[in-house]
Design a protein around this ligand. Structure first.
Ligand code: ZN
Length: 164
């Protein structure tokens, strides 16, 4: 499948999706381990996702701007603002996935589902990315599952020992 979307937008979207699934899960499960109040966990998670989505969008804008300024080939025709918006909504959308079980079930039982949802999300993101690039989708999906899963595990271990 040949896709005619600017590669910078694709990178922005996948970076946002992957990062949101990994870091939000750490935050959600970490907070759930220390706080048993469902409303507080939901509030804190939503604040974290929103702040992080904005920060990632700002980071996307400024880092891409530097790339554009250094680019002498004129290959970068993408819009910095659109790239930032894609990052924001990718992050926000994917970041809500591990928060959903907290809203539906509530902590601490929801933590298992937050992790399961996030890992499933990573697998699906890997599959879609593999389909877009056309190179071994399943291998891509498993790779993302392992990398993302390892990052999530580190977040959970740190959260557990610090009792965030
Ligand atoms: Zn660009």
């Amino acid at each position: 499948m040949k896709v005619n979307i600017n590669e910078d937008y694709i990178r922005s979207a996948f970076f946002g999706l992957q990062d949101a699934l990994v870091s939000t899960t750490g935050v959600v499960v970490g907070i759930s381990a220390g706080v048993n109040d469902k409303a507080i966990v939901i509030l804190a998670s939503l604040v974290a996702v929103s702040v992080e989505a904005s920060s990632m969008a700002a980071g996307q804008y400024s880092s891409e701007k530097a790339v554009h300024q250094m680019d002498k080939t004129g290959r970068h025709k993408d819009s910095l603002l659109l790239g930032a918006l894609i990052m924001f909504f990718s992050y926000l959308g994917a970041g809500l996935i591990p928060v959903l079980p907290v809203i539906i079930i509530g902590p601490p039982k929801s933590s298992f589902f937050s992790v399961a949802f996030a890992l499933t999300g990573l697998f699906v993101v890997g599959l879609i990315r593999g389909k877009l690039t056309g190179i071994r989708p399943l291998r891509d999906a498993i790779e993302l599952l392992i990398i993302g899963g390892a990052a999530t595990a580190i977040g959970l271990i740190v959260g557990y020992f610090l009792k965030v």
